[in-house]
Ligand binder design. Sequence first.
Ligand SMILES: Cc1cc2nc3c(=O)[nH]c(=O)nc-3n(C[C@H](O)[C@H](O)[C@H](O)COP(=O)(O)OP(=O)(O)OC[C@H]3O[C@@H](n4cnc5c(N)ncnc54)[C@H](O)[C@@H]3O)c2cc1C
Length: 378
Amino acid sequence: MRIVLAPAGSCSCRPSQLRFSSSPGFFRRQPSHSPHLQEGTAWRSSQAGSCHAARRRAQVQVRAVAAVRQAVSQHAPTDIEYDAVIIGCGMGGLTTATQLAAQGAKVIVLEKYLIPGGSAGHYKRDGYTFDVGSSMMFGFGKEGTTNLITRALANVGKALATVPDPCQIHYHLPSSNEHPDGLDVKVWRRYEDFVEELSQRFPHERAGIKKLYDECWAVFNALNSLDLKSLEEPRYLLGEFFKHPLACLTLVKYMTGNTGDYARKYIKDPVLLRFIDIECYCWSTVPADFTPMINAGMVFCDRHYGGINYPKGGVGRIAESLEEGLQERGGFVEYKANVQEILMEPSNSTGAPSRAVGVRLGDGRIYRGKTVVSNATR
Ligand SMILES: Cc1cc2nc3c(=O)[nH]c(=O)nc-3n(C[C@H](O)[C@H](O)[C@H](O)COP(=O)(O)OP(=O)(O)OC[C@H]3O[C@@H](n4cnc5c(N)ncnc54)[C@H](O)[C@@H]3O)c2cc1C
């Protein structure tokens, strides 16, 4: 936004043209040639005894500049009660916000940083775009229910063009007796190609490899038929159980299992078992024995089903598009909004538990909401 204030009157001490421009979070004063109209200073005539009219005009103009400045650097309103105040403008906060806004809720997202996306944001330097963290994106598939990014964007009328990744991970692992030149395996987008490549490296384990990864598909197919939400939410699980009893029973079967146990059921070669450990580690940052089978089912199969796809323009385009969709639905994103306190309504005499009713920012602003959601993870 750019606002130009035209020169005032004909007084000899008139201020020259002032230009104010704002980009998100900034209100910048471009060089003014007038020494008389400075931010926070009272207008002073350079000529003692200049006419009162000119002085009044100039004072009015100072007030106008202040009003414009306030308007341009305007914050999201603090005098309303939002349906939801959401802390953190990462993928979690934005997805929550857009889903609520798509249902007609009045939402504000508060972000302490300057850009959306959090760990899945991007920034630009010298014409180049750099991803902040995430760069290998699941969730852009076209079918099923695991295409969470596609569906989150569609919720607010957005879609992004993507570039499919033909090979998700290229493992270069150290040499062993069986693989003196090191173990080289590519996880191809096509499931059959990957299983074939791994089986060629471990021909004696061909059947076990197929059985293990096929078992992962049983988990994935169950997940991919549910309306995916938190598997830790009993009410949601109960609802899904009535809609998809078989899928839910399948998940119950795998719920407590770890990938290490399933791997050892089918595979004996210790080098291959270590490979499965590394496969798990890449996603869950823990070895197979600590990786729930539910997680392995999801990532070992969705990389072939929905695939890994890179959004054109950078990973941050996902967050930017969600933010656009949110704003188009009347939602707000407030940057440089460091939430320091969640305001609680004390429990009343009936013994009702206290509840969150708003937040206080570092600069003292207060945003009130019927619900407060914190997705402030870093
Ligand atoms: C280096 C790295 C690489 C990754 N690579 C991949 C990958 O390739 N594929 C993949 O799927 N995942 C990857 N991930 C994981 C993925 O990026 C994260 O799981 C996901 O982005 C987390 O989103 P989030 O919204 O939950 O949290 P975050 O992205 O952490 O967002 C939280 C937001 O809250 C804000 N915040 C914190 N405190 C406050 C406060 N007090 N007031 C206001 N705002 C606050 C933060 O500034 C931040 O913007 C990677 C993560 C990292 C760090």
